[in-house]
Structure formats: structure tokens, C-alpha cells
Design a protein around this ligand. Structure first.
Ligand code: PLP
Length: 398
């Protein structure tokens, strides 16, 4: 198990703070960002995907470190600007952005966009004629990913060549290729496949005197959940080796990494109390006061299995298989049911449970108080020197 920061470790055992709550340590996320930059030997610019967690203090800290931000909507453009990110460090990767959304981004000074269709290239040419364009290639191999992004995003190799040519003919600047190998990708070699595909496309585009200067390696780097993953250094080594093999000098592209989960997942925890332990026909159910809806743990529906510990019971006590669920009267509010969770046999109502690595994709999906359970409070720790200039999000309690 990964060692949490001292602040997170204290939050995990803080008996005075009423449950449920989520604790997020901006310092821990910044440390994960720094580790990524170092693992990639400073050869890749890290463009944090704001959707994973948009806390203003976090965005401000990353911007101060020279990072860029990946956004998808006018709301995220504004969040990035409010955090002090300059427009030239904001990239809009939403391949379905409509003309109004593009116009907003352009008006705010954003110049980097992504396209994977003729319609998007045409929209960009009309609304953002000076745009720098990344062409997003499909990554259809779903192996290794908890949440594949296959199908909905990206174009074929042939289409990528056509789009780059169309973009150039339309006055846009087709500067790069991008892809996403699937979120929580367990297999670093998936990037090798994507990089070799990108190299083929780059060679074909070069024949038309268009130079691909950037590769956006996408997101997909993992957080620490129940299933073990290689360290980020292993991913970096595999990826950089593949880039060197497929893009020999003098054609080395500039690299962009677009992680969300890997920056913030391990910087958050959700602390919850047991409401009931009940025997049902199919086994033991443990009902927690935080679940998929009120704590935004919807990632659970997408193949993420959180690690859960029970701090009131010493390690090594007798345990048995349980099904964990949240407090709502809804069948979806149930954690993975295939017998993966064990809980102490003596677990009782009032005992605490800690759900680890809930920093990613949880804080913004809790806005609706489904079944009358309000979103869990978010306690955010901002280390000295990492504060945002203005007041943080009103929903965050310190
Ligand atoms: C375009 C793009 N970039 C980056 C990310 C971040 O992915 P991850 O959280 O898996 O690193 C996503 C996530 O959906 C995405 O759509």
C-alpha cells in the first residue's frame, strides 16, 4: 500500500471530524506531478486534465510550476484562467466542442485545439482560423484499461492524414497527433503501439511537407487502487524508449502528457462510517454513509476498485467477504460485488472505513443530492506557498 502524506494519514484517523467527508491534499497532487515530470526526464510537458479535479489551488500550483492545462468546456477554460493559467498554456481537447464553445475559448486567447473529424476541422477553420490543431487518432485496443476510450474518440490512420491536410489547406496549423490509451491503463506497452502508429502517420503527412512537431501522449497513467500497477518510472521508460525508436533524430517531436488520474487520485481519500451490517440471502452487506452518489465514487461503475481499510480494527483480525454499498436506496449504489472486499468479522455500525485514492473524478460528480443525500464535504489541504490568489471554491471547507 502507498504511504499517504502525513496530512492524509491524520485525516484518515481523525475521529473528531464527522463522516462522511473527502480529504484532498494539494501538496500530494503537486508531488505526483513533480514525480511525473522527473520520470519523463523533463522531456514531456505535463498538461493536467482539469476534468479529473478542478480545485483552484491545485490548478494554480500546477500553473506556477510551468504546467499546461487540458480543458473541455467554457467552464473549464474559465477555471483555468481564474487559477492564473495563461491562455497560451490552455489546450482544448474536446473534439465535439461546438462553434459557441470554440468562440468562447478563442475570445479568451486559447489557440490549441483537437480535431478528429472533418466537421471539427471545418468548425475550427471558421471560428478559430489561427488555431494550432492536434489530430486525435483512435486507440481501439481496450486491453489493460479500466476505462477504455475506444469507439467514441479518434480517427483512423487514413483519416488522420486527410484531416492534417485539410487543416493545412484551411489555414490552420496541424502541429501534432494525440490519442488516449484508456484511463487507468495497466499496460505501458499500449503507448508503444500508439507511438508506432503515430510515427507511420507522421511519415505520411511529411510527404505533403507538413511537419508534426508535437505528440500528445494522452492520459491513462494510473492511480493506486486494488490492482497493482507498475511505478510511473516504468511507464516513462517504456514511452521514452518507444519515442526514441520510432522518431529518430532529427525528427524528435515535443512531447505532451495529459494526465488526470495520475496527478490527483492518490491525493484524496473518503472517510466514511458503517451504518449497518446485514446478513442477506447472498451474503453480508456493509452499508456505508458514503457511496457512489454522495461521494461521487462513480468510477466504481467504470472498473475502478478502490482500496478500503477499517481503521478501528487492527490489521490481521479475522475477516470475511462483504458487499460494500452506499447510503442511498438505489441498487447502483453498490461497490464491486464480485467478492473482492473483505471486512473484519467484528465490524459494527459506527466503525469507520477509509476509501483510498478517491482524488480523481469524484469531486465534481456529486453535485446532485440524489435520494436526499447531499454531496460529501470536501476538505482541501493547501500547503503553505501553494495557495491560489483568490478564495477557493465555496463548496470546499478548510
Ligand atoms: C482528452 C483527454 N485527455 C486526458 C484525459 C485524462 O485521462 P486520465 O485521467 O486517464 O489520465 C482524458 C480523460 O478522459 C481525456 O479525455
Amino acid at each position: 500500500m502507498r504511504t499517504p502524506s502525513p496530512w492524509l494519514a491524520r485525516a484518515a484517523t481523525d475521529r473528531l471530524r464527522p463522516t462522511p467527508f473527502t480529504a484532498f491534499d494539494v501538496g500530494e497532487a503537486v508531488a505526483a506531478y513533480d514525480r511525473l515530470v522527473a520520470a519523463f526526464e523533463e522531456r514531456a510537458r505535463v498538461q493536467y486534465a482539469v476534468k479529473a479535479r478542478p480545485d483552484r489551488a491545485l490548478l494554480a500550483a500546477l500553473a506556477r510550476r510551468g504546467g499546461a492545462l487540458d480543458v473541455a468546456s467554457p467552464g473549464e477554460v474559465q477555471q483555468a484562467l481564474d487559477a492564473g493559467c495563461s491562455p497560451e498554456d490552455i489546450a482544448c481537447s474536446n473534439v465535439f466542442a461546438d462553434a459557441q464553445e470554440l468562440a468562447f475559448a478563442r475570445q479568451k486567447g486559447v489557440t490549441v485545439f483537437t480535431a478528429d473529424s472533418i466537421a471539427m476541422v471545418e468548425r475550427l477553420a471558421t471560428v478559430c482560423p489561427e488555431a494550432l490543431v492536434f489530430v486525435r487518432i483512435a486507440h481501439e485496443d481496450t486491453a489493460g484499461a479500466a476505462q477504455p476510450l475506444a469507439g467514441r474518440f479518434g480517427c483512423s490512420e487514413d483519416e488522420a492524414v486527410r484531416l492534417a491536410l485539410l487543416a493545412a489547406r484551411s489555414g490552420l496549423r496541424p502541429v501534432g497527433l494525440s490519442w488516449h490509451v484508456g484511463s487507468q491503463q495497466h499496460d505501458p506497452t499500449q503507448w508503444e503501439r500508439a507511438i508506432s502508429r503515430a510515427a507511420r502517420i507522421t511519415r505520411r503527412i511529411r510527404r505533403h511537407n507538413i511537419t508534426v512537431t508535437h505528440l500528445n501522449l494522452g492520459g491513462g497513467l494510473p492511480g493506486t487502487y486494488r490492482r497493482n500497477v507498475p511505478p510511473v518510472e516504468t511507464y516513462a521508460r517504456t514511452i521514452l524508449t518507444a519515442v526514441d525508436r520510432h522518431f529518430p533524430h532529427p525528427h524528435q517531436p515535443r512531447l505532451v502528457l495529459e494526465p488526470g488520474r495520475a496527478v490527483v487520485a492518490d491525493a484524496g481519500i473518503t472517510v466514511t462510517s458503517v451504518k449497518a451490517v446485514v446478513e442477506r440471502l447472498c451474503g453480508t452487506y456493509v452499508v456505508l454513509d458514503a457511496g457512489l452518489w454522495n461521494a461521487g465514487l462513480l468510477d466504481n461503475l467504470g472498473g475502478i476498485e478502490y482500496r478500503v481499510t477499517f481503521p478501528d480494527h487492527p490489521e490481521g483480525v479475522a475477516t470475511g467477504p462483504v458487499t460494500l454499498c452506499g447510503p442511498t436506496c438505489d441498487s447502483l449504489d453498490t461497490f464491486t460485488t464480485d467478492g473482492v472486499y473483505q471486512a473484519p468479522r467484528a465490524l459494527a455500525p459506527g466503525d469507520r472505513a477509509v476509501i483510498w485514492s478517491t482524488g480523481a473524478y469524484c469531486s465534481t460528480s456529486t453535485l446532485v443530492g440524489f435520494n436526499g443525500y447531499p454531496p460529501v464535504p470536501q476538505h482541501v489541504h493547501v500547503p503553505p506557498g501553494e495557495e491560489a490568489k483568490e478564495l477557493p471554491d465555496q463548496r470546499q471547507a478548510h
